[in-house]
Design a protein around this ligand. Structure first.
Ligand SMILES: Cc1cc2nc3c(=O)[nH]c(=O)nc-3n(C[C@H](O)[C@H](O)[C@H](O)COP(=O)(O)OP(=O)(O)OC[C@H]3O[C@@H](n4cnc5c(N)ncnc54)[C@H](O)[C@@H]3O)c2cc1C
Length: 385
């Protein structure tokens, strides 16, 4: 009996839905990775099955409310099939969850957005720029919004805009000209002046379509400035970002599954039976299992704590810890899986080499390890004050 993190009937249903999708995505993953094309068929399937609107709450027309625990379970399961697709849709589902939870936009914008998502619209935030690097470091965007009469004129370039080939709405983070303020501007992809430069040619997460978004004098309405990013707002922890560690653990589970099956079946003629009977192989399998379970327990228990906590303002360091442990464990689990399988894992046709490349990207998704560790150190010192 495998160790399961499913606790409710609803989670059983969500798991079934995500694992069926994952199975189909797995069949296409190698081709998308090799061509570097965006996995459009996967996204279409996610829309058809209603996956893309799962985080719209009931009061806005959604089916049911999704807890953070449910969300982590869904995303981890999906990533077993294809990490790139899971990370891509994770931004949309998670950011949507966050919008409604924190009521980040005004009511009119929120309900219009909910209607669009229920019809299949997709959204992501474009925060990173070539000059600022990770927005979590506090750099000021060079993308600017200039007020002209009752319009905003937006210009600039965003890098790493995941899923941009299929986005309908993009939350562009820009500096408000003539002020110290930075805000989110809701941009429809179809607007004049919005273009994509296909810059995403990486070794990792090749199917995320994280290209550059170029904005040239894009004209927006006054109320398209949906939010000013105040320091107070930025300080509120973001539980939804646990879709990131969930994704990388899903990739690690796929690697573990492959390696365990291989150890069970591969039987070289130097021994009797499969290599699982060799003590060293069994030891590495056990170590891999221990590391994976440890990371999953941390991730799921912190998601559960988030769901049960009313005042979530102090949960930031623990969310960071979950991401730190999950992404580093994912790297180590994939490494161990490759040691079990041996040189066959290096073949381009072998999925392990894709998992090996994909898990690296986790290190460069927020929050970065050094920031998490610094926050934990801060916490320890504060406790002694
Ligand atoms: C697969 C993938 C998908 C992504 N999707 C999105 C998305 O949808 N939307 C989006 O906005 N972004 C996205 N990103 C971008 C991501 O959030 C980061 O902004 C991006 O990876 C750059 O981070 P970095 O640490 O490499 O870059 P940098 O911040 O440029 O850092 C480079 C190096 O300099 C160091 N450094 C830089 N500044 C500081 C500082 N102030 N203090 C200490 N050290 C510093 C870092 O530690 C690092 O070693 C995505 C990234 C990846 C890999």
């Amino acid at each position: 009996m495998p160790i399961s993190f499913i606790k409710t009937e609803k989670q059983k249903h969500l798991y079934k839905m995500a694992s069926e999708l994952a199975e189909r995505f797995h069949e296409r993953a190698q081709e998308y990775d090799e061509t570097g094309e965006f996995p459009i068929l996967n996204i279409e399937e996610l829309k058809r099955t209603g996956y893309t609107s799962l985080s719209v709450p009931k009061e806005y027309g959604g089916k049911d409310s999704l807890s953070l625990y449910d969300f982590v379970l869904l995303q981890e399961t999906l990533a077993v099939g294809d990490g790139s697709t899971a990370l891509s849709i994770g931004w949309h589902l998670g950011a949507t969850m966050d919008l409604f939870e924190k009521k980040r936009w005004n009511e009119e914008k929120l309900s219009a957005y909910a209607n669009q998502v229920l019809q299949g619209a997709l959204y992501n935030r474009a925060a990173t720029e070539p000059q600022t690097g990770s927005p979590t470091r506090g750099g000021k965007p060079q993308t600017t919004a200039k007020k002209e009469g009752d319009k905003w004129i937006l210009s600039g370039r965003k890098s790493f805009t995941t899923m941009v080939p299929v986005l309908d709405y993009i939350g562009v983070i820009a500096s408000v000209e003539g002020t110290d303020q930075v805000g989110e501007f809701l941009v429809e992809r179809s607007k004049d002046g919005v273009t994509i430069e296909e810059t995403w040619n990486t070794i990792s997460m090749r199917g995320t379509g994280s290209h550059d978004l170029v904005l040239t004098n894009v004209e927006l309405e006054e109320n398209d400035l949906v939010e000013i990013l105040t320091p107070e707002l930025k300080a509120i922890p973001s539980g939804w970002m646990l879709h990131i560690p969930a994704c990388y653990l899903g990739i690690a589970i796929a690697a573990r599954n492959y390696a365990v099956k291989f150890a069970n079946e591969y039987s070289p003629n130097s021994i009797k039976g499969p290599i699982r009977t060799i003590p060293n192989v069994a030891r590495v399998v056990g170590e891999m299992e221990a590391e994976l379970l440890q990371a999953r327990h941390v991730l799921y228990s912190i998601a559960d704590k988030w769901d049960r906590t009313v005042d979530r303002s102090q949960l930031g360091p623990e969310l960071g810890l979950a991401k730190h442990i999950a992404t580093n464990s994912a790297l180590s689990v994939v490494d161990k899986a490759m040691r079990i399988v041996g040189a066959k894992s290096l073949h381009k046709s072998n999925p392990l080499q894709r998992y090996y490349r994909d898990v690296r990207a986790g290190l460069h998704n927020p929050p970065m390890d050094d920031m998490t560790i610094a926050k934990l150190a801060d916490l320890a010192f504060k406790e002694m004050e």
